[in-house]
Design a protein around this ligand. Structure first.
Ligand SMILES: NC(=O)c1ccc[n+]([C@@H]2O[C@H](COP(=O)([O-])OP(=O)(O)OC[C@H]3O[C@@H](n4cnc5c(N)ncnc54)[C@H](O)[C@@H]3O)[C@@H](O)[C@H]2O)c1
Length: 437
C-alpha cells in the first residue's frame, strides 16, 4: 500500500534536550543507554515493544510498531539538559535514587558527560527549590535568546540532524491563561516586559518552537496550552504535545473508569491519596504547585464518565485527590484508591487499590515514546497539538472547541489509527461484520 503521507527519512542523529535533569530524565537516559548495550529491556515502551494490527484479522499482519513506521533508533539519540543544580546526569541519578548501582555503573562514563546547561529559573514559579546553575538576563525575552543559542550550539557541536525538547523539570505554580497569552505578538511583548504571566517553562517552549524544535510538556504547567504557543507552533510548522505524563494513580483511573462506564456501574465517590518522597513530592508540598497537579489529576474522571450524559450514574460522585510528601519512600510512591460504586437496584460495592508503583520507572518509557513519536510527527509534516499522543498525558491538550479524550483505550486506538493513516493503511473500526455475511 502506498504511503498516504510523505514522511521524511530518519537520517543522522536525533538530539533530545531536557529542561530538568531530575529523577525522570536520568531514569530515561540511563535506560536508553543500558538498552543500547543490551543490559536492560525497555519494558513499558510502545515504540520498542508494541505491535500494530493491519488489515483484516485473517491477514495476520501484526508488525512491531517500530518496523511499521520509521522511528529514530536508540543508538541515534544524543542527550543534553538544563538544571539549576550543576550535577551531571550520573550524579543526579544517584541522588534521585531510582536506579540501583548495578544499573548505573555500566553507563556511568556516558552519563557523567551529560552536564546541565545553566537553567532559566525563577523561584516565584517553583517555591520549594533554588540552585546556583542559572542564566541571567535583563528580560525573559533575552533568556529565550540564550536558550535558542544553547539549542543551536548543541545541534552544531554534535552534528545532529533533528532535535526534540521535553520538559521534565519541576511543576510550576498554578497559572490561569492571561490576556498576554492570546497572540504571538502579545506573548513576545510580555516577555520583553518581564510580565509575571510568563513562566520559565514558557520561555523554554518559546525558544524550542522558534528554533523549529518539537516541544513536549511532561508536567501539568500551562506552558504551551495557550493560544499564542499554538499559533507559534503553526507558524513554525512544529508539533507540540502535553501535558503531564500519565503514570501511577491517574493511569489506573483511566484504566478502571472506562470499564465501570462500559458496564453502567454507578459511582458514589472516588478517593485517591498517595505518599511520595522524591524531589517532585517536595515541590508538590507547596500548595501552589499542588494546585497545578490537583487540577490535572481531577479532570480525567469527569471527562470519562460524562455526568451530563449519565446523570443517574455519575451526576453526583465525590472526587478527592491528595498527595502527601513523605520522604522515607523516595521515588517509590504508594497510592491508595477507594472507589464507592453501585450496581443493580443501587446496591453499593467497593473497590480498593493499593498501587506500590515507581514513578520514574513508569515515566521513563513515556518520555522515550514521546520523543520518538514527536520526531516522527515532525518528519510527517504534522504541526500544532498532537492529540493522537493523548495516550501519554494526564491532561491531554486538544483543539479549543473540543473536550479532551481521557479513556486510555480510545486514546490507544486513536494513536494506532494515526499510525495507520500515516502509512496509508485501512483504519480499524473493529466492526468485523463482513465475516458473518
Ligand atoms: N514521575 C512521574 O511519574 C511523573 C508523572 C507526571 C509528571 N511528572 C512531572 O515530571 C517532572 C519531573 O519529575 P521528577 O520526578 O523527575 O522531578 P525531579 O524533582 O527529580 O526533577 C526535576 C528537576 O527539574 C529541575 N528544575 C526545576 N525547575 C527548572 C527549570 N526552570 N529549568 C531547569 N531545571 C529545572 C530541578 O532542579 C530538578 O532537578 C515534574 O514536574 C513532575 O511533576 C512526573
Amino acid at each position: 500500500m502506498k504511503d498516504k503521507i510523505q514522511i521524511k527519512k530518519t537520517e543522522g542523529k536525533l538530539g533530545v534536550m531536557i529542561p530538568g535533569l531530575g529523577a525522570v530524565a536520568t531514569t530515561f537516559i540511563a535506560g536508553v543507554l543500558l538498552a543500547r548495550k543490551g543490559l536492560g529491556r525497555p519494558y513499558g515502551s510502545l515504540t520498542q515493544m508494541g505491535t500494530i494490527r493491519l488489515g483484516k484479522r485473517t491477514e495476520k499482519r501484526v508488525p512491531k510498531i517500530k518496523d511499521f513506521v520509521e522511528l529514530a533508533e536508540l543508538e541515534d539519540l544524543v542527550f543534553t539538559g538544563w538544571d539549576i543544580f550543576p550535577d551531571n546526569a550520573y550524579e543526579a541519578a544517584v541522588k534521585a535514587g531510582v536506579l540501583r548501582k548495578e544499573h548505573l555503573e555500566p553507563v556511568k562514563e556516558e552519563m557523567e558527560k551529560i552536564k546541565p546547561l545553566p537553567a532559566v529559573f525563577d523561584r516565584n514559579y517553583v517555591k520549594k527549590l533554588d540552585g546556583p546553575n542559572k542564566k541571567t538576563g535583563a528580560t525573559k525575552y533575552d533568556l529565550a535568546l540564550q536558550l535558542m543559542d544553547d539549542i543551536k550550539k548543541f545541534k552544531e557541536e554534535n552534528g545532529l540532524n533533528r532535535l526534540v525538547m521535553i520538559w521534565c523539570a519541576s511543576t510550576e505554580v498554578f497559572m490561569k491563561p492571561d490576556p498576554v497569552h492570546a497572540t504571538v505578538e502579545s506573548l513576545e511583548k510580555a516577555m520583553k516586559e518581564n510580565h509575571p504571566a510568563i513562566a520559565p517553562s514558557m520561555i523554554y517552549a518559546y525558544a524550542a518552537i522558534k528554533s523549529g524544535v518539537p516541544f513536549i510538556n511532561g508536567a501539568p504547567n500551562l506552558t504551551v496550552d495557550i493560544p499564542a504557543m499554538m499559533e507559534l507552533a503553526k507558524q513554525n510548522n512544529v508539533p507540540i504535545a502535553g501535558k503531564d505524563f500519565k503514570t501511577g494513580q491517574t493511569l489506573m483511573k483511566t484504566i478502571i473508569a472506562p470499564g465501570l462506564k462500559a458496564r453502567l456501574l454507578g459511582l458514589h465517590g472516588w478517593f485517591s491519596t498517595n505518599i511520595l518522597g522524591n524531589r517532585d513530592g517536595e515541590v508538590l508540598d507547596d500548595p501552589d504547585s499542588f494546585k497545578t497537579k490537583e487540577e490535572s489529576k481531577l479532570g480525567s474522571l469527569e471527562y470519562i464518565l460524562q455526568p451530563d450524559v449519565y446523570p443517574e450514574l455519575y451526576g453526583k460522585f465525590y472526587h478527592k485527590v491528595r498527595i502527601n510528601y513523605y520522604p522515607p519512600r523516595g521515588d517509590n510512591k504508594e497510592g491508595w484508591d477507594n472507589i464507592d460504586i453501585f450496581g443493580w437496584l443501587g446496591y453499593p460495592m467497593q473497590i480498593k487499590i493499593d498501587f506500590l508503583c515507581r514513578d520514574s520507572i513508569l515515566a521513563a518509557p513515556i518520555v522515550l515514546d514521546l520523543v520518538l513519536f514527536m520526531d516522527l510527527a515532525q518528519r510527517a509534516g504534522f504541526r500544532g497539538i498532537q492529540e493522537w499522543l493523548s495516550f501519554y498525558f494526564k491532561t491531554p491538550m486538544c483543539a479549543p472547541e473540543l473536550y479532551p479524550e481521557h479513556d486510555l483505550f480510545i486514546q490507544l486506538m486513536k494513536l494506532k489509527n494515526t499510525l495507520r493513516y500515516m502509512k496509508g493503511e485501512e483504519l480499524i473500526t473493529h466492526l468485523g461484520l463482513e465475516y458473518y455475511d
